[in-house]
Design a binder for this molecule. Structure first.
Ligand SMILES: O=C(O)c1ccc(O)c(O)c1
Length: 286
């Protein structure tokens, strides 16, 4: 147990300068930067890039890795700050924003059947494909995220009120990074159809939601993948809202025996083209 810190009582601006340097020593090997005295000007020039990155006190900023506040050790930038003139170069803001990288994604994220102690119910499937640009070049290192209902057609989400069973062994969310050929691959459970109240007897065909992250939050593309041979495809007004038949067809995966794993899972292939005239349809304004 971390002992309770002494109460601060009435805390004035000048008291702030009295916090002992020991409280800001992160053990990082870089000495603490002295907090400026009450009358001194903030002197950013005296704080180097490394100090900014590793969590030594920056005048005027909260202390990073401040031991009495345990969470502060987990939540702060670990890379040197990037100075950007957002008005002069708005794209630079996007490109230097946080992105997910190899350190965040583990193999377990791509196997939705292994995220709990027990096995989820349903038909195990492997869903795999390539993410390509308009010229057919692979989009590598791309964060692909999926979310879906369970085999009974129920999302593990508090707003899903469908009278179908939740599966304690299935959350229905996964992610992976594309490899050198632009390939992604997931092991999951075939989702069930569910009613969605859009009109009388409106049932969504089985589908998996996909997100492609791009290189910044603002580039994220979101769409849905459907399963071949599903009789509900012809009745789904969300799919029908994609009016060009060839664009609709691009949203339907193909059964691929090469991707099926013997005695384990049925394989579906779904390639995605991110832009250009043959682009896979993506949702707008979400
Ligand atoms: O846009 C919608 O309303 C809506 C409803 C149900 C879905 O499964 C979905 O993907 C979208």
């Amino acid at each position: 147990m971390t002992p309770s810190p002494a109460p601060l009582g009435d805390f004035t601006a000048s008291d702030a300068a009295d916090i002992p340097d020991a409280a800001v020593d992160t053990g990082s090997g870089v000495g603490p930067v002295a907090a400026p005295g009450p009358d001194s000007e903030a002197a950013p020039d005296t704080v180097g890039e490394r100090e900014r990155a590793v969590g030594v006190a920056v005048p005027g900023q909260p202390v990073r890795d401040y031991p009495p506040y345990r969470g502060s050790g987990l939540r702060h930038p670990r890379q040197p700050l990037v100075e950007i003139d957002a008005l002069a170069d708005p794209e630079a803001v996007e490109l230097s924003g946080p992105v997910f990288g190899v350190t965040d994604v583990t193999d377990l994220d791509a196997d939705l059947t292994r995220q709990h102690a027990g096995e989820p119910l349903g038909e195990r499937i492997t869903v795999s494909g390539r993410i390509l640009d308009r010229t057919g070049r692979p989009v590598r290192g791309q964060l692909v995220e999926i979310w879906q209902a369970n085999a009974a057609g129920r999302y593990a989400h508090h707003r899903d009120r469908h009278r179908a069973q939740l599966d304690p062994h299935f959350t229905g969310a996964g992610r992976c990074l594309t490899g050198d050929t632009g390939r992604y691959s997931f092991t999951t459970i075939k989702p069930g159809a569910y009613p969605w109240g859009n009109h009388h007897n409106a049932w969504r065909p089985a589908h998996i939601h996909f997100s492609f992250f791009g290189s910044a939050f603002t580039q994220r593309l979101v769409t849905q993948m459907y399963f071949p041979g599903d009789p509900l495809l012809a009745y789904d007004s969300i799919l029908a809202s994609v009016t060009a038949p060839e664009a609709r067809a691009r949203l339907v995966a193909a059964y691929d025996p090469e991707l099926s794993r013997p005695d384990w899972s049925l394989g579906y292939r779904w390639d995605v083209i991110l832009d250009g005239p043959s682009a896979t349809w993506t949702e707008e304004g979400r």
